[in-house]
Design a protein around this ligand. Sequence first.
Ligand code: HEC
Length: 156
Amino acid sequence: MSEAIRDDPPLRRSLVRWQRMGIVSFLLLVVAFPLYKAVEGTRRDDAKAALQAALISQGRHQWGLSCAECHGVNGQGVDAPALNAKQFFEGVTDEQMHGVIAGGVPGTEMPAWWNEYGGPLTDQQIAALVAYIRSWEKTAPSRPDWRQPHAPMGMG
Ligand code: HEC
């Protein structure tokens, strides 16, 4: 500390005060930053969950329009495989589902749905369907015969 400051008690008190305020501000920032990150993080998670819920709801609507007739209203299978089945989910990724829905299964009743392949749906609509089908996974019942048609008049 220089002579000038030591010889000037009011100046010295003032400097000490400023120093303390600096330390307090620094500590506030140290506390505030992680707090901000935590709040921001949950906000981002909330936004993500809301987006996912909207996607699933859109997929549910599309399912009723395009898929329920063959696969059943609840995916239980009619004259197409049950997709609401533990055994189906065990072996399928979202990418594979997306691919089958987009391109269909040639030589079967399952048509191509993607508009790039002449179908009626956009890539985004197919993604919504995948999200909706995936939402069954947690409660999907065991159906060892999920691939068999279930309608009385099914094509065996
Ligand atoms: C006209 C009847 C029909 C409609 C409508 C239909 N499907 Fe299919 N789908 C089938 C049949 C039949 C199969 C089984 C094809 C085979 O033999 O592999 C199938 C297979 C599938 C599979 C693959 C299952 C597996 O074996 O892994 C998925 C996923 C699927 N459909 C989703 C959909 C979705 C989503 C829609 C609505 C956009 C839809 N399907 C509409 C008849 C249909």
